[in-house]
Design a protein around this ligand. Sequence first.
Ligand code: ASP
Length: 447
Amino acid sequence: MKKVVKFGGSSLANAEQFRKVGEIVRAESSRVYAIPSAPGKRFPGDVKVTDLLYSLYDAAAAGKDFSDILAQIRVRYQEIIDGLSLKAPEDENRPFSLEPEFEKIEEALRTRPERDYAASRGEYLNGILMAAYLDYEFIDAQEVIFFGEDGTLDAEKTNQMLRERLGRTERAVIPGFFGCGADGRVRTFSRGGSDITGSLVARAAKADVYENWTDVSGFMVADPRIVSDPQSIDTITYRELRELSYMGASVLHEEAIFPVRSEGIPINIRNTNRPEDEGTWIVESTCQKSQYVITGIAGKKDFCSVIVSKALMNSEIGFCRKVLQAFEENGMSIEHMPSGIDTMTVVVHESEFMDREQRVVSAIHRGVKPDSIEIDSDLALIAVVGRGMKSMRGTAGRIFSALAHAHVNVRMIDQGSSELNIIVGVENHDFETAIRAIYDIFVTTQI
Ligand code: ASP
């Protein structure tokens, strides 16, 4: 059994959290490769080390004095070193020190400040620290994670180099979030990207499990800011997760599922503060039924629907293409497209649409000469997702009766062709009420 374990920033925010991580890693000898994020928030209102590093870069790039910010970052790591009473690996009588690393960082920022380099140092330093604490080898991500000329991940080269390097290393710490650009300089993933590093390591190591340790016990059926104390999800498929994350449920970086998915490696989301919880399993497919017909509910506000009507639209060849072209020409991405016989609705993000609205409308007029174009704003979309829905009669009926009872007006319905989800559009101001009503009908009444 081989496990890759990734720890998020809150799991490594201070010495106390580091100790919990140490216990988790040591509890199972199968936890052979560890990926740390940079230290996160220690308390609400605290600043993540990565955010401090971005400010550090901004100051350095503007030629301003950055010694104050650098001092704050030093203190964050020193607190951890002192709290763990970490000793220098080569000499037990001396305390462990990151000072030589800080000197290099300071020098680099003075002479040639680079944004990605600066941001990556949070994970880099935490990786060195964690390797010393666990007594694991440290592998610099710049030697094993590669980006191509276009700035995106070079998955093949990465897999090859990582596999080769891990083959020579029994236990190692590989810092998350960054790698090596085509020009040989440090490059980072987008925010939260340590999840991707963990997934890449799991793929290359052919791990049995990719454990992703955070500060929640996995995915919840609904957003805990809306539904109080929601149930957690035991098992979710990659496809369900994709639907829910697209609609705003965020625990894991969206791109993190691809490397492990292609190898059939399950992801287990775990809670560093409650290691006894099983967490959520993310799997390719499962015969396990979801506990409540639905697996999860997620949603987002501030969409806008553009309803194009024309009699006999269905028999007009190329109608849809021309309507969509009007959006494409104006650089708009489309979120959903429910359609009727004589109407076609295009749902877009309100913020993107606002300043292009009239250009899109006139392009549609020119393209298809519709009878009317109606624009509805302040639309919230809610996705009810579940692999169990297609074999269960009455799911849609239950959603709509729950919404009717809660006096929520449904403005749009779209059922994905996979029967994995039903998307309902409601007014922005009904969003929270609608989510609670759907949660209650499927979950609360079943407990
Ligand atoms: N430290 C980076 C961030 O805050 C990456 C990560 O935590 O995954 O976005």
